[in-house]
Design a binder for this molecule. Structure first.
Ligand SMILES: [Zn+2]
Length: 134
């Protein structure tokens, strides 16, 4: 089980940049293309707020959306999925399992083997080059 990292909004405001706070705590979406992580290097993408490993480079694919896209999480325990009906349609929200920060959404139009597309805001990811899945 993942050990939770729970902080108040005031504490998060001090730790995060304005853009990171808006996405993680207020569920905003970054402008597509601003942080798409075009890197092809091997490594692990962590949560910028709590350092939880979220996605691994080998599961990243080019979705053409302008947001970093992955076909599966680092591990099933890395993330939480929650129904989101905020914009008049039902989507599945992806949250960090450790700090419960908003990361993005998951859709069913991804590539094999999972056919999932985790559409994630790059601003809330921290890339650790050379790290491998534990
Ligand atoms: Zn987190």
């Amino acid at each position: 089980m993942i050990k939770k990292l729970i902080k108040t909004n005031e504490e998060w405001k001090r730790l995060l940049t304005k853009e990171q706070y808006k996405i993680l705590r207020e569920k905003a979406t970054e402008v597509p293309g601003t942080c798409a992580f075009s890197t092809k290097q091997e490594g692990v993408f962590h949560c910028v707020a709590c350092d939880n490993p979220l996605f691994i480079s080998s599961t990243k694919f080019e979705s053409g959306t302008g947001w970093p896209s992955f076909f599966e999480p680092y591990s099933p325990e890395s993330i939480i999925l929650r129904k989101d009906k905020s914009v008049g349609m039902t989507r599945t929200e992806v949250l960090c399992a450790r700090c419960e920060g908003h990361l993005g959404h998951v859709f069913d139009d991804g590539p094999p083997p999972t056919y999932k597309r985790f559409c994630i805001n790059g601003i809330v990811l921290k890339f650790v080059k050379g790290e491998k899945r534990k």
